[in-house]
Ligand binder design. Structure first.
Ligand SMILES: C[S@@+](CC[C@H](N)C(=O)[O-])C[C@H]1O[C@@H](n2cnc3c(N)ncnc32)[C@H](O)[C@@H]1O
Length: 278
C-alpha cells in the first residue's frame, strides 16, 4: 500500500476494512493487517472464499435492486474500493443513480473519496453507522438522496463489527424507519452454527484490538429482516425455498439457495438476503 496515510490511522492495529481488502486480494493493507489475517486463515482458510462470495453477493444484489428501478443507495460500512463498487453495478441499469458511501475508517475515506466518488451522483461520508441522524442529515445525503423516494439501504458484512451493547439491529430499524415504503435492504452478516468457531474468531479479533462485535448465530443475524419482506433467493424469482441464505447461493445462476453451506465442515458463512420495506 502507498505509505501516505491520513492522521489518525493506527498502523499497529489491524482494521476490518484493510483485512477484508487483503482477503479480496487488494493492495490497500498494511503488514499488521496481513499478519492478523494470516492468523485467521491458518484456522479458517475458507475466509478467502467467503469474502469473495460476499462481494459477489453484493454485486448480484445491487444488480437485482437496480433492475427494480431503485436509483438511490446508502451503502453503510462500504469498505475500500474494489473492482465492482455499488455505483459501478447500479449504473449499469442506465439510470440517474445516486450512491452515498459511509464508513468510519479514515483509510477508506482517502481511497473512497478518490475512487468511489469519481463521477457525478456519488459521495463519501466518514461516519459511524450508529449515528443515523447525523448520516441522514449530512450535506452529502441531503444533496443526493430524496428520503421521500425508495432508497436501498446496504448493510453488507458490517453488523458483526458492532457488539450487542451498540444494539446493531436498532441501527437497521432506526434507519429503515426514516425510509419510505418500497425501500430495500441488502444485508449480510458473518454467522456460525458452531460456538467454538464463533467464539474463537471473536476472541482473535478482540485480541488484535480491532473494534469488533461478534459472530452471531443465523437466527440472531436474521433479526435485521424483522418487519420486511425478503425477496426470492432464486435468480428466476420463483416462490419456493429459503430467502435468507448463505450469500454464495443467493440468486446464484448455478446453485440452489441454501440456508447454510452444504459442506458440513464449513461452519462460518455470511447469512444474506434482500428485502423490501412494505
Ligand atoms: C467487512 S467490510 C465490508 C465492506 C463491504 N460492505 C462489503 O461487504 O464488501 C466492513 C466495513 O465496515 C466498516 N465499519 C465497521 N464498523 C463500522 C461502524 N461502526 N461505522 C461505519 N463503518 C464501520 C469497516 O471499516 C469496513 O470497511
Amino acid at each position: 500500500m502507498n505509505e501516505r496515510f491520513p492522521p489518525g490511522v493506527d498502523m499497529r492495529t489491524p482494521s476490518v476494512a484493510r483485512m477484508y481488502d487483503y482477503f479480496l486480494g487488494g493492495k490497500d493493507n498494511f503488514a499488521v493487517d496481513r499478519e492478523s489475517a494470516g492468523v485467521l486463515l491458518e484456522r479458517i482458510p475458507e475466509i478467502i472464499t467467503l469474502s469473495l462470495g460476499n462481494r459477489a453477493f453484493l454485486t448480484r444484489a445491487v444488480d437485482h435492486v437496480a433492475q427494480q428501478g431503485v436509483v438511490q443507495y446508502l451503502d453503510l460500512g462500504a469498505g475500500l474500493p474494489t473492482v465492482e463498487n455499488t455505483h459501478n453495478v447500479a449504473q449499469r441499469a442506465g439510470r440517474d443513480v445516486r450512491v452515498v458511501y459511509v464508513d468510519n475508517d479514515p483509510v477508506v475515506l482517502v481511497h473512497g473519496r478518490a475512487l468511489l466518488t469519481d463521477r457525478v451522483g456519488t459521495a463519501f461520508v466518514l461516519s459511524d453507522i450508529r449515528d443515523v441522524d447525523g448520516i441522514l442529515a449530512s450535506a452529502e445525503v441531503r444533496a443526493l438522496i430524496d428520503l421521500d423516494l425508495p432508497v436501498c439501504l446496504m448493510l453488507v458484512s458490517i453488523l458483526h463489527c458492532l457488539p450487542d451493547s451498540d444494539r446493531p439491529f436498532d441501527v437497521v430499524r432506526e434507519t429503515l424507519e426514516r425510509l419510505p415504503s418500497g425501500s430495500y435492504l441488502i444485508y449480510s452478516h458473518l454467522v456460525s452454527d458452531d460456538s467454538g468457531t464463533a467464539t474463537w474468531l471473536t476472541e482473535q479479533m478482540q485480541g488484535f484490538g480491532t473494534p469488533w462485535g461478534r459472530v452471531r448465530s443465523p437466527r440472531e443475524a436474521a433479526a435485521a429482516f424483522d418487519g420486511l419482506v425478503p425477496v426470492s433467493a432464486w435468480p428466476d424469482g420463483r416462490e419456493e425455498g429459503p430467502r435468507v441464505v448463505d450469500c454464495a447461493s443467493w440468486r446464484h445462476p448455478d446453485r440452489s439457495p441454501v440456508e447454510r453451506p452444504t459442506d458440513e465442515k464449513t461452519t462460518l458463512w455470511e447469512l444474506s438476503g434482500v428485502a423490501v420495506k412494505p
